[in-house]
Every structure is written in structure tokens, then in C-alpha cells.
Write a new protein. Sequence first.
Length: 476
Amino acid sequence: MLLTITNTTPDARDLGWLLHKHPDRVQAFDLSFGRAHVFYPEASADRCTAALLLDVDPVGLIRGKNRQGGLLDQYVNDRPFVASSFMSVAIAQVFATALAGRSKDRPELVSKPLSLEAGLSVLPSRGGESFLRRLFEPLGYDLAIERHSLDDQFPQWGDSPYHTLRLARTCPLQELLTHLYVLVPVLDNYKHYYVGQEELTKLLAKGEGWLAAHPEKELIAKRYLKYQPSLARQALAQLVEDDTTDSLTSDERPDPNQDEQVLERQLSLNDQRIGTVLAAIRASRAASVLDLGCGEGRLLRELLTVKEIDRIVGLDVSIRSLEIASERLRLDRLPDRQRGRIELMHGSLMYRDRRLEGFDAAAVIEVVEHLDPPRLAAFERVVFRHARPRTVVLTTPNREYNAMWDGLVIDPPSPDHPANTKLRHADHRFEWTRAEFRAWAEGVADRYAYAVRFLPVGPDDPALGPPTQMGVFTCE
């Protein structure tokens, strides 16, 4: 199987600096499934082509520790001849620095847009040419596709699922390699190694900045994760969040005056919210605390100041938020004793996670309103049945108080909210009135054997109530 990458930007041989492979040399690399060769069929100042040729060992696939297939298909298959997950592994190992966006000697080239062409000589696409276009055209690629017949001698047999693909786009090399790394295994719908949580992390990391906005993100996630429902749901939950935040350009973002944080700034509502939650946790005398949906770590920072808390765990579905939290908390600079008290975890509140069990208290700050209403039942089971901390402190906006602010986001009509319902943030799926929140919280407390009490957060208007409502759930 062969991948070629051609640079036609002036000083085209700069491609060698990015790939960390000299254009005048042929190099070979041992892989777990065979051998990879890198060479340059052409390398002039006007046009430079790097070729990655994989020599897959078919005997090793059968007899090695990563045995493929079963019975006859161990011996009769297309693995040595088509671009598949083997190609993604080769890109990650042979072109690791380029895929990571690093160039020690020429760092200025990493973000430089190049006139690039990529060719894959034999690529399986079970969805045919249309599927290839659905995957690559939304990313801005021009495609040239040649479909191969099953046998030229027997045209009546029809076409095969195999294609020769040419891609062209002006972009940094890292973007091209990242798209190939993710999408080639999706086209093949087959992976040669175990797919678990690590693959989910890879997908989210490599898909950052583009996958959330891709119209086929759901199918990409399912195929990349080998149709494992729990992993695919976690990926989609993260991608939906990214699509409503980071994927927007500065010109597409809502007017800053409509942003929830700006609306609340004059009240310092977020500070009041954090302070009220912290006070409730301290009153519970918890020694171990979960921050569920920890975001960028605002509550975690305050929890670290409470000496009585021995263990602090922040969990979030967004890897990017966890990275920001780690930077803001300066985890890499904390003294060993402090660092041993806190841990950041990637996970979703839609699925049972045994790592969350056995804690004294949990904080769920401004999280539930980001969930689609049908998912609330799953959230309830995860937190109140399975994790079951002794104390749960949960906050959510009071929709009634929104009348105090102008210019709020208008929620599209839905069965849950009629047209023109005003919400506080573009990503909120709903917001409860005080009565609605009380009914939900008391129902949860009744179902899972908790007691619940309600506290206001922020100025408590006689008619509209507080801007944020809080429920403190306790159990024996």
C-alpha cells in the first residue's frame, strides 16, 4: 500500500524538514505488522514528493501476537494491499513529528499553508465514491477518484469497493496527516488492533478543531471506534460540546453582550456560586470531593485551599477543558503533597464509572442544563445510584430570573420549550423555573433515598427568585 504526499509550494523540498526525512535518502522502519519505507520519487525546488510504502507481512498477521481474522479469511484477505488502519499506525510512527506539528530545525514551517496533494493507490470505501466525498469535501479537499473493477477480464462482475484517491488542498502538512490518520480507518471500517478508551482519546485529540463541525461526525466516531456504543456515545458527547463552543469562529460567536458570563458579571454571580457550593461542601465535612463537569477548574482551585479535603477529583467530558484546568492549576508545579491530593479524569456523566464511587461529596455546577432532557435519567443513575456520594451539591439557572436581563439567547421551538423561550446560554438545552427544579430534585431524592434542601445563589428577587438555584442532596 502506498501513500504519496506532494508539495508544489516554492522551496518544495521543505517537505523533508517537516517529515524529518531527507529527500536524498531511502529509509526503512520496522513496524509490528511489517516494514515501512520512505523515499522521494522527485525532489526539486518546484515539486517534491514523499512516498510511504508499507510492506505488510501476511504470515506475521496470522502467526504473530496480533493475529487477524479467523479460518479462511486469515489467509485470503486484502490487508497487505489496501490502505487501512495499518496506514494510520505507519503515519503515527514514521511521521510522528509532522503529525504532532513539530519541527525542531524549521518550526516556522509547521503552520505554513502548503500546496499539497496526497495519493492513496488502493483505498477501500464501502460507501463508494459518494462516501469518499462526504468525508473529505467538507474539509476543503478537491478529489480525483478512480474506482477499480473486480476484474478487467470480466466486466460483468461490476466494480470493486477499491479506489485510487487523489486529494488536493492548501493547508499545513499536519492537517493533511491528521485527516488521513482519522479517516482512512473509517473508510475501511476495520481495525487491526484492540479499540478501547485509548482510541477514544486519540480520536478526540486528532479530531480537535475540525471533527466537531464535520457533518459526518457521528458516522466517523462510530466507525473509528469499531461500533462500540459506549465509546461512540462518549465521543459524540464531547464533539457536540466542541461544536457549540470551540468550532465557532470569532465572527460567528454570539454578541459578547449575550454571553452568560457577561450577563452575570455585574453580579459576580460565578464567584458567588463557587463560594456557596464550597461552603456547602465544607459544611458536609467531606474528606473526598468530586467536581463533576469540572470545566477549567475554578472550583478545584478553591477546593485545594481546604486542608480538610484529602482527595479531589475533577471529571469532564472535554479533554481541552481538562488541559486548561491543568494549566491554570499549575499541576506540574505543585508540591508533591498538594499534587497527590488532586486528579483530573476524562469521562462522561452518561455512563456508570466505578472511579466515581466512594466519595464523600460531589459538586455538579451548571451542568444539567447542558444535557438533553432524555439524558437526565442516565445522569441521575450515574450520580445518585452508582457513584452515590453522601452529599451532592447541584446548581442550575433559574429561568424566571432571565427576565432581569435583555438580549438573551432565543431557544429554537421544541416540545420542551415553546417558541421564544429565552435561555441564558446558546448551549443550554433547557432551564428550569423554581417549581420545575424543585419537582425534579424532590423526585430524584425520593427515587434514590436522599433528602434535599434548596438554597438561593445571588440576589433573591421577591417575585423572580435568585439567578441560580441550588439543591443540596444528602443521604446516610
